[in-house]
Design a protein around this ligand. Structure first.
Ligand code: 7RM
Length: 656
């Protein structure tokens, strides 16, 4: 176990703010750019009128809306009175205007198998899947859970739900049975769509097995649809489980889309907050469609012949908005890749870029840093000249990674858009506009047109340029969350109570003298590991759930590749002896309870934890200890000896 000094986030922030290189847009790019500075002006004149224009232009309505915004803080309704169907907007209308043969997805399986889906293919497959759901008794408003690998049936299943007005809740395939069950139960899903498994790092991952474990305890689920991806034998419960290739294939392709009202729930997506229970973030239809499609078109400068690759998993919001709804609404050709970036070797992505002439790549800084570590020979071995724009999302991108991405992936010419947003925001909110904004490596630059973001102090007062504080949003935007499923009070409490009248993002930010936004990470008890949000409390409760553990405290420790790594302090029950084997067992236990992404990287057995006199664990102190920093103020510590005993315990903890 090492808690030796490392470069803490503070040092990184200093570097961030010292990074002074500027990248103005290339005149050749400007000449063809989708975005113009006029968008900012139009939106500032009247942001409601701005979104109204876009909603009228971009959406094919069955019934046009009559009110643009009803804002009863913190509850927003957009484009009310209107009726639409998002699957019609993402698929049918493109086929109707002659784009049936255009590729929607180039799919690449990890083992090397491929499939091509045109918009006409998508229309047929979505229609069949929607009819299958109807046969299984799914009606408008019923929730459908989806737990799948990155195969074409995943977006098809989502669109099939949307086609019949059934909100979906996609659960990331890396989550455990327990996590899946919790989400199914909160959503009271009627049907689960899953697969026998998928491929990850050369290994078959058996999803159906996890699904079966979850289904022991999910009374709302009546039927399960299972896609055959691996071909391995799986258990199928008579009467409950149905093979996709049997039930979906025999359906008629025609399934008229069900018109839904603008505010009809499109999906629920669960995200970690500061408590152990994930929140079901509610997204609705029309505003989400306008927000995702317009940001996709302007921020990624997408043109009809582009090949767009958002390398996220559809199980996260990035995949929902920028693999599925945004790109499909814009009739874009996308890449859908099933597997890991290092399988079979570290040039897998660069092979895909070369083979499919990918023009736009959108990924997370953690991936870029992992590539950096492997050296530039991997990207250099491939022709990446098709790439004309790069994007980053999920966490702050350090200038070093930004510059490496720019040089070794973007050939020193492709603009980079560092896009800040959240599961809750639904769409990108702080970002450069390519062809308009001069970028600075490490800064997400400015709020998107129509968005009002601010940096405030603890009392909610705007901090002048040059200062730092809390990032807030001061007016509603179309793709914003409509609430936390089943818990309006928690919605109000979590997002709208810290600063009255403002949405609190949970992030810290600073603006430089020119007003550029620099995101500084979470200020609450949420960690960001490889771009994934994990709550400290969730990991703590998984640890305490183990029979040997009396108490646990979890913090994020800065990590050169994943941004943060999970650091767990564990107090054992009396009679339990710390050992390497037990540490390993506890880390596995967390992976089992939540999913492998939550497995602690570091685990330290300690006889005690530093607490305030009121009994609150002093996480700041634990963070400092984990980082090996000089300790800050310890005057509120109940027992000053605790810190020394943790230091002494440092010899007995276990690293991954
Ligand atoms: C899209 C997504 C949201 C949290 C957010 C931030 C962090 C995301 C950036 C970023 C700095 C960025 N949704 N975050 N993007 N921090 N620069 N460009 O990631 O709900 O999973 O996470 O991620 O802390 O609050 S998310």
């Amino acid at each position: 176990m090492s808690v030796e000094s490392s470069k803490g986030p503070r040092a990184e922030i200093e570097n961030l703010l010292m990074e002074s290189r500027r990248f103005p847009p290339d005149p050749a790019f400007v000449a063809r750019a989708n975005a113009t500075a006029a968008l900012y002006e139009e939106a500032e004149r009247d942001y409601v009128a701005f979104w109204e224009r876009l909603a009228r232009e971009r959406i094919s309505w069955y019934t046009p809306f009559d009110r643009t915004l009803e804002w009863d803080l913190p509850f927003a309704k957009w484009f009310t009175g209107g009726e639409l169907n998002i699957s019609y907007n993402c698929v049918d209308r493109h086929v109707e205007r002659g784009l049936g043969d255009k590729v929607a997805y180039h799919w690449i399986g990890e083992p090397g198998d491929t499939r091509t889906l045109t918009y006409a293919d998508l229309l047929r497959d979505v229609g069949k899947a929607a009819n299958a759901l109807k046969e299984l008794g799914v009606r408008k408003g019923d929730r459908v859970a989806i737990y799948m690998p990155m195969i074409p049936e995943l977006p098809i299943a989502m669109l099939a739900c949307a086609r019949i007005g059934a909100p979906h809740t996609v659960v990331f395939g890396g989550f455990s049975a327990e996590a899946l069950a919790g989400r199914i139960n909160d959503a009271e899903a009627k049907v689960l769509i899953t697969a026998d498994g998928g491929w990850r790092r050369g290994k078959a991952v058996g999803l159906k097995q996890h699904a079966d474990d979850a289904l022991v305890d999910t009374p709302s689920v009546e039927s399960v649809l299972v896609v055959r991806r691996l071909g391995d034998a799986v258990y199928m419960l008579e009467g409950r489980d149905h093979w996709w290739h049997e039930v979906v294939e025999r359906q008629p392709a025609l399934c008229p889309p069900t018109p839904v009202e603008s505010e009809h729930m499109l999906y629920l997506l669960y995200t970690s907050g500061t408590t152990a229970k994930p929140k079901g973030i509610v997204h609705t239809t029309a505003g989400y469609l306008v927000g995702t499609s317009f940001t996709h078109e302007t921020i990624f400068d997408v043109k009809p012949d582009d090949v767009f690759w958002c390398a996220a998993d559809i199980g996260w919001v990035t995949g929902h908005s920028y693999i599925v709804y945004g790109p499909l609404a814009n009739a874009t050709t996308s890449i859908l890749y099933e597997g890991a970036p290092d399988t079979p070797a570290w040039d897998r992505w660069w092979r895909i870029v070369e083979d499919y002439k990918v023009t736009i790549l959108y990924c997370a800084p953690t991936a870029i840093r992992a590539f950096m570590k492997q050296g530039e020979a991997w990207p250099q071995a491939h022709d990446l000249s098709s790439l004309r724009l790069l994007g980053s999302v999920g966490e702050p991108i350090n200038p070093e990674a930004w510059l490496w991405y720019h040089e070794h992936v973007g050939g020193g010419k492709a603009p980079i858009v560092d896009t800040w947003w959240q599961t809750e925001t639904g769409m990108i909110l702080i970002t450069p506009l390519p062809g308009v904004t001069t970028t600075k490596p490490g800064s997400a630059t400015f709020p998107f047109p129509g968005v009002e973001a601010d940096v405030v102090d603890g009392d909610g007062r705007s901090v002048p340029f040059g200062g730092g504080g809390y990032l807030v949003l001061k007016r509603p935007w179309p793709a914003m969350l409509r609430g936390i499923y089943g818990d309006p009070e928690r919605y109000r409490q979590t997002y709208w109570s810290r600063f009255p009248g403002m949405y609190f993002t949970g992030d810290g930010a600073k603006r430089d003298d020119e007003g550029y936004f620099w995101l500084l990470g979470r200020v609450d008890d949420v960690m960001n590991v490889a771009g994934h949000r994990i709550s400290t409390t969730e990991v703590e409760s998984a640890l305490v759930d183990h029979r040997s553990v009396a108490e646990a405290a979890v913090v994020g420790k800065s990590d050169a590749v994943t941004g943060q790594a999970i650091f767990a302090y564990v107090i054992l029950k009396a009679g339990q002896e710390p050992s390497e084997a037990l540490a390993l067992q506890l880390r596995e236990h967390v992976a089992h309870v939540i999913g492998p992404i939550a497995r602690p990287r570091h685990l330290l057995f300690t006889p005690d934890l530093p607490k305030t006199r009121s009994g609150k664990i002093m996480r700041r102190l634990l963070r400092d200890l984990a980082e090996g920093r000089v300790l800050g103020d310890t005057t509120t510590l109940a027992d000053a000896m605790v810190v020394d005993s943790i230091r002494a315990a440092s010899g007995r903890g276990e690293d991954e």
